[in-house]
Design a protein around this ligand. Structure first.
Ligand code: ZN
Length: 266
């Protein structure tokens, strides 16, 4: 206990540490990082990994940690007991962490209710919001959090074989793509990550092309970006990832100038 008393205030007074943090990355990666962080904050031995406190954190049984993970969107009910909890004043040495998974699924009404506690929580209460992507997180929430992007996600995405296949309009063998698709066993969540990475990739191309004012190129890039944006707006339903990727692949390849000319000749 002695040790914890010494540790907690130090952690709280780090100058750039605001009470609310927003971490962006893939679910599993964030889960692991949060537990690691909680251990570093709560374990009397700086996150030893073997004491009772560390084990409780790993098993989601720690008394000073409350996780929220809505099935779909957050409702006011989802976060009701957060407000009941913060009504209790903590001891000066105590910390309590709220972990809000899927912060990109906070409705405007829930977000509004959270603004005040996130910005100025009662002493000792801390918030960690997790999201797979940054853009869908409401700006009012984003602006009140210190944001950490776990770039591992972006790096992993750009070396994914499906990313590589869709990162160019250059013609490629569809049957080879289908084989890659089969062996990738991609799921809905990974699809969203890859789409984000693809959008960033194509946007970068677009900005480069703008700088050199290549009109034909810009037209193609605009089409590809529209295709990816539409795919992001209508992500695959469970079980439909394969057909989703097959369509995306064909659409992107159809933007290649040679393919385009062939279509016109018909
Ligand atoms: Zn420990």
């Amino acid at each position: 206990m002695e040790e914890q008393h010494r540790l907690s205030p130090t952690a709280q007074t780090q100058p750039n540490e605001v009470p609310a943090q927003l971490w962006v990355g893939n679910d599993e990666q964030l889960d692991e990082k949060v537990r690691e962080y909680l251990r570093s904050q709560l374990c009397p031995n700086k996150g030893c990994g073997s004491c009772a406190c560390c084990r409780q954190i790993v098993d989601d049984r720690h008394h000073a940690v409350r996780w929220f993970c809505p099935e779909k969107y957050y409702t006011n009910d989802t976060i009701a007991d957060l407000f009941e909890t913060i009504a209790f004043t903590l001891e000066p040495s105590e910390q309590f962490f709220f972990i809000l998974k899927r912060a990109d699924f906070l409705t405007a009404s829930c977000a509004n209710m959270l603004l005040k506690p996130i910005e100025e929580p009662p002493p000792g209460y801390r918030f960690i919001l997790l999201a797979q992507r940054l853009e869908p997180v409401l700006p009012t929430i984003r602006s009140r959090c210190s944001i950490t992007i776990h770039t591992h996600t972006a790096q992993a995405a750009s070396s994914h074989p499906l990313f590589e296949a869709c990162a160019t309009t250059r013609p490629a063998d569809p049957s080879a793509f289908l084989k890659t698709l089969d062996s990738s066993k991609i799921n809905e969540r990974e699809t969203i990550e890859l789409l984000d990475a693809l959008l960033r990739h194509w946007n970068n191309h677009y900005h480069t092309a703008c700088a050199s004012n290549k009109q034909t190129h810009l037209r193609i890039l605009t089409r590809v970006i529209t295709i990816i944006e539409e795919a992001i707006a209508q992500p695959p339903m469970p079980g439909s990832c394969k057909i989703f990727w097959k369509n995306l692949f064909l659409q992107i390849k159809a933007c290649h100038p040679a393919t385009e000319t062939a279509h016109h000749k018909r």
